[in-house]
Write a protein that binds this ligand. Structure first.
Ligand SMILES: Cc1cc2nc3c(=O)[nH]c(=O)nc-3n(C[C@H](O)[C@H](O)[C@H](O)COP(=O)(O)O)c2cc1C
Length: 177
């Protein structure tokens, strides 16, 4: 899929079919995360792959949106070894989600509930000094969900985006009201 199309068309998918994500596709998604740049190439992230349905089910109530984790085909917890580098975690997660979209797989970033971080860390064996930046849920989109359309016209998608207009976002030379 064209890169620009993949980036502008990627929408969050929160309902998934039962179809598993093949291991080779999952590996590509993880490679896309691995490829992300980071401050001084410090790569301050680790990935915990959550493939076991029962494990995800048991953890789901620790999430802001339990259903996403409960119903996805697989999830990837992005662990940040240095909490100051949140920008880097965002790059990893977006890399993985855009790559997944290009491979036909839907995804959504998910927040752990603020009072559940310790529990989640303990369950996943994440050291106390590290943080779970997000849990990316993945799976093939259920009917009615946004889905990758490799032949779509990116300009039509951009024209309908539910985002602030560029005129409001972009300033030239100086930030001004
Ligand atoms: C830091 C962050 C945390 C998010 N947490 C959740 C979440 O817990 N559950 C969820 O369903 N979506 C979550 N989202 C997804 C946002 O709701 C979504 O990106 C936004 O509504 C735009 O969706 P769209 O691209 O499909 O239009 C999160 C997004 C970000 C950037």
């Amino acid at each position: 899929m064209d890169t620009y199309l993949a980036v502008v068309a990627k929408r969050e998918v929160r309902e998934y079919t039962d179809r598993p994500v093949p291991e080779e596709i999952l590996t590509k998604i993880l490679q896309a995360g691995r490829a992300a740049g980071s401050s001084k190439n410090s790569q301050p992230w680790r990935f915990v792959v959550l493939k076991e349905r029962q494990h995800r089910h048991d953890l789901a109530d620790a999430m802001m949106a339990p259903r996403n984790l409960d119903r996805c085909a697989v999830a990837i917890a992005v662990v940040l070894l240095n909490e100051r580098l949140r920008f880097d975690a965002g790059r990893v997660a977006q890399n993985m989600m855009v790559a997944a979209w290009g491979l036909g797989v839907g995804s959504c970033p998910n927040s752990v509930r603020p009072d559940q971080h310790d529990r989640m860390r303990q369950d996943l064996g994440v050291p106390a000094e590290a943080a779970i930046a997000t849990i990316v849920t993945l799976g093939y989109p259920a009917p009615g969900q946004p889905r990758p359309r490799p032949k779509a016209d990116p300009e039509k998608i951009v024209a309908k985006l539910n985002r602030l207009p560029l005129e409001e976002l972009v300033h030239r030379e100086r930030f001004s009201g």
